[in-house]
Design a binder for this molecule. Structure first.
Ligand code: CAA
Length: 259
């Protein structure tokens, strides 16, 4: 796959792919081409049997500073509607394999929303999160009002979205937005380590568990519990369930097939 704004590095030994946003001069502003390339790369990893988990990063200075303001500035409502730019985001939301965002520097606007669309966030100590769209006359459009509110609660989300001010990695950790803070020289390595740990787990169970956790954002407790129960039963049809439980009883290491 030839990509201009995305770098892909597959570590076959770890079953982990690292996708890097690579538009450094623009601090990884998310223009339409970058987002399309990101969707294509993630979809390819989702069907690649040698990959079980994905790490998504920017660079040390910026994970991503949001949608490309220069690309959007002159658009009309009808341009935005016809371009349907968020359909690419919808496709990314449907990726089945776990994605870990490795965030250093700015994660702003669509950049913060992209990190929140991932399943976990490992941040460097320089990470800053924010939804500054209000300062340019708009508001979050790629899920920020919903995902940030679910992650950090109403009052914090309101403050961030209505003032546009950024929060530090420390504040993000305290608010429950991120998993951990790592020194800047180690954050990527740490995210890959976490991805590799997940990649060792039976991949069919990982995939169904991810789908089931995400259901919690979209349903009542009653329906969510029913969905969980069916998926729990479903995993008893997998070879990995038989192997995992047998290996436990036989006191040996399981050999999972992802089936
Ligand atoms: N879109 C396009 N270009 C951007 C950009 C963006 N979102 N953010 C930064 N850039 C560009 C700058 O224009 C600049 O390019 P030039 O050198 O060609 O002028 C380059 O990246 C470096 O930026 P700065 O010189 O501004 O760097 P800085 O270190 O002084 O400031 C910053 C960094 C605080 C992140 C500042 O660039 C900034 O505030 N950026 C805008 C952030 C923002 O408002 N994001 C929300 C976008 S809207 C959105 O995302 C909607 C949505 O929900 C999907």
């Amino acid at each position: 796959m030839s990509m201009e704004f995305i770098l892909i590095n597959k570590d076959a030994a770890k079953f982990v792919a690292h996708i890097q946003l690579n538009r450094p001069k623009e601090l990884n502003a998310l223009n339409a081409q970058l987002m399309t390339e990101l969707r294509d790369a993630l979809q390819e990893m989702d069907t690649d049997d040698t990959i079980h988990a994905v790490v998504l990063s920017g660079n040390e200075k910026a994970f991503a500073v949001g949608a490309d303001i220069k690309e959007m500035a002159d658009k009309s409502t009808i341009d935005m509607y016809l371009e349907d730019k968020f359909s690419v985001w919808d496709a990314i939301r449907k990726i089945k394999k776990p994605i870990i965002a490795a965030v250093s520097g700015f994660a702003l606007g669509g950049g913060c929303e992209l990190a929140m669309m991932c399943d976990m966030i490992v941040a460097s100590e320089t990470a800053q999160f924010g939804q500054p769209e209000i300062k340019i006359g708009v508001m979050p459009g790629a899920g920020g009002t919903q995902r940030l509110t679910r992650a950090v609660g109403k009052v914090r989300a309101m403050e961030m979205i209505l003032t546009g001010k950024f929060i530090s990695a420390e504040e993000a950790l305290q608010a429950g937005l991120i998993n951990k803070i790592v020194p800047v020289e180690l954050y990527l390595e740490d995210a890959v380590k976490l991805a590799a740990e997940i990649a060792k787990m039976p991949s069919i169970a990982v995939r169904i568990a991810k789908e089931t956790v995400l259901k919690a954002f979209e349903t009542s407790l009653e329906e969510g519990l029913a969905f969980e129960r069916k998926n729990f039963y479903l995993l008893f049809s997998s070879e990995d369930q038989k192997e995992g439980m047998k290996a436990f009883i036989e006191k040996r290491k399981p050999e999972f097939e992802g089936r």
